[in-house]
Design a binder for this molecule. Structure first.
Ligand code: NAP
Length: 248
């Protein structure tokens, strides 16, 4: 039984991910059968997560504004991880995937998502974007009119199943496959329980990582903003700090 938080647009939200879930006949199973797209996958964060997912045996499609750059990055990740990784432009990547990670700079978020609305319809979208500014005092959270990057994504992608996750994981640690276990909980936020369960499962494909439900999308602002605190911690202690939730 598929349950969606959507109301009038529920049928529009059903996509390939739903089909896979239905075929599996179980709510949270099936991430291993899904294709993971990474919009902005040539950057540090997209590369890092793609490397881990490919190493875990998931099929990954890297997206870029430039298809050749995506293919080149995909070749490098496939070589490092031994996995199944291909590259396309961002629209091709979004169209080919069941779950799509948005790994773009905040400045590129709104325009890029607006342009990908039809390709992302029915897909589980995972937003990891942290709207941050930097000045001589260090990092700080930027105000976002919609509340958060994830809520902006929800507004721009009404036919998608928008979740927010992977804000606090270090791209450096992800890319270093000699780190065999990453000591981290990934907070997964969203209003669609089945989608957040799938993304929790996606997080758990990375050794050492747990995916923990972190509330509805309206609570994404402080999760995104907390990255400024983590960056400050990393600078002071020369670390790649993460987050663990206790008693869960
Ligand atoms: N780095 C981390 O450790 C980390 C950790 C957690 C979360 N995050 C979040 O993840 C997101 C990506 O971080 P990142 O460090 O990977 O960023 P990045 O390297 O600066 O950018 C990622 C990719 O976005 C594309 N891009 C850049 N400017 C663009 C524009 N104006 N329009 C469209 N596409 C553009 C580029 O790909 P093409 O040129 O190939 O199109 C670039 O490779 C950020 O929002 C960040 O807050 C990062």
């Amino acid at each position: 039984m598929i349950s969606s938080a959507a109301s009038g647009t529920q049928s529009n939200r059903r996509g390939v991910a739903d089909t896979v879930l239905e075929r599996k006949g179980a709510g949270v199973a099936g991430v291993q059968e899904m294709t993971i797209g990474v919009v902005g996958g040539t950057g540090a964060q997209g590369r890092g997560l793609a490397t881990r997912w490919a190493a875990a045996g998931l099929k990954v499609v890297i997206g870029s504004r430039n298809a050749e750059r995506a293919q080149e990055t995909a070749r490098e990740i496939a070589e490092a991880s031994g996995g199944d990784v291909t590259g396309q432009d961002n629209a091709g990547c979004a169209a080919a995937a069941d779950i799509v990670l948005i790994a773009l700079p905040w400045e590129a978020h709104a325009d890029t998502l607006r342009a990908l609305r039809s390709e992302l319809a029915g897909k589980i979208v995972v937003d990891c974007v942290n709207p941050l500014g930097f000045d001589k005092k260090g990092p700080y959270a930027l105000p976002v009119p919609e509340g958060s990057a994830a809520q902006q994504a929800e507004q721009l992608l009404p036919e998608s199943r928008v979740t927010a996750a992977f804000h606090h994981v270090s791209a450096v640690t992800l890319a270093d496959l000699s780190v065999s276990e990453i000591d981290l909980d990934v907070l997964v936020l969203g209003d669609d329980r089945e989608a957040t369960d799938v993304v929790r499962e996606l997080a758990a494909t990375i050794p050492g990582v747990r995916g923990i439900y972190g509330g509805r999308l309206r609570n994404a602002h402080q999760v995104e903003a907390f990255t400024a605190n983590l960056i400050a911690i990393n600078r002071r202690y020369k670390a790649h700090a993460g987050l663990r939730i206790t008693d869960v």
